[in-house]
Design a protein around this ligand. Structure first.
Ligand code: DX5
Ligand code: ZN
Length: 227
């Protein structure tokens, strides 16, 4: 955490040919709060990422809490596949759950913090009747599925709106922002009201740049956003 902003490292962006080095470097970042696991099923979102065998393997060897982001159709099918711990966050997409409230209750029963993610084109209205029951909203600033996509700037207004909605209702859920989060987008993301930053290929896993160097840039960008 840096100045009350949580940092979550997007594990799909590790260098898969040298994971040991990336995980060693990640463990040296004191400000890191979560490992963000993107699960993609090729149906709700195109492409495929990591399944439970890979994620649980990482998880069983580290102590940092998990930030699961399930970009899959009918996510309840795979809730039981992960070794959920109390400090973990498990987020599903509003667009891919057929019974959103029921699924959120199931996540709560598993012991994880409960999150709902919205794709860029989804309006905030869909949160109206579940907003008091959740701990996290992930606002996606790219379409679900791939790393390295372009930032969709309209979402800044959405972050701002959600933050106002949160304050007006005296709620404490966290606002997480996912997709092209880096030193140039962070100032506006943070000043709009984000609490959690998902750091992927554009912010943290950068070729020819050390993670320590990237984190310093990220901290500087957070400072700018909080001014
Ligand atoms: C996008 C994923 C993100 C991604 C963000 O579908 O949810 O977690 O890794 O990283 P960037 O956009 O910086 O590659
Ligand atoms: Zn994600």
């Amino acid at each position: 955490m840096y100045k009350n902003i949580y940092l979550s490292a997007s594990i799909m962006c590790v260098n898969w040919l040298d994971t040991a080095t990336d995980f060693k470097n990640l463990s040296k970042i004191n400000e890191l709060d979560y490992y963000h696991y993107d699960v993609v099923d090729g149906i709700f979102a195109p492409d495929f990422t990591m399944g439970s065998s890979i994620i649980n393997n990482i998880n069983n060897n580290i102590s940092i809490p998990s930030d699961y982001h399930l970009m899959v159709d009918e996510p309840k099918r795979i809730f039981e596949m992960f070794n959920i711990k109390k400090s973990d966050m498990l987020t599903i997409h509003q667009e891919s759950s057929r019974n959103l409230h029921r699924d959120l209750v199931s996540i709560r029963k598993l012991g994880a913090k409960v999150g709902v993610a919205l794709s860029p084109s989804t309006t905030l209205d869909v949160l109206e009747y579940i907003i008091e029951d959740i701990d996290l909203v992930i606002l996606m600033t790219v379409n679900p599925g791939f790393k390295g996509q372009k930032f969709i700037p309209q979402v800044l207004n959405k972050i701002n709106k959600l933050n106002i909605m949160k304050k007006n209702n005296n709620l404490t859920f966290k606002i997480s922002v996912d997709g092209n989060v880096n030193e140039s987008t962070i100032p506006e993301i943070v000043s709009a009201g984000a609490d959690v930053l998902v750091l992927g290929s554009s912010g943290l896993f950068i070729e020819d740049k050390s993670m320590i160097e990237s984190i310093e840039k990220i901290k500087f960008a957070i400072d700018k956003g909080l001014k």
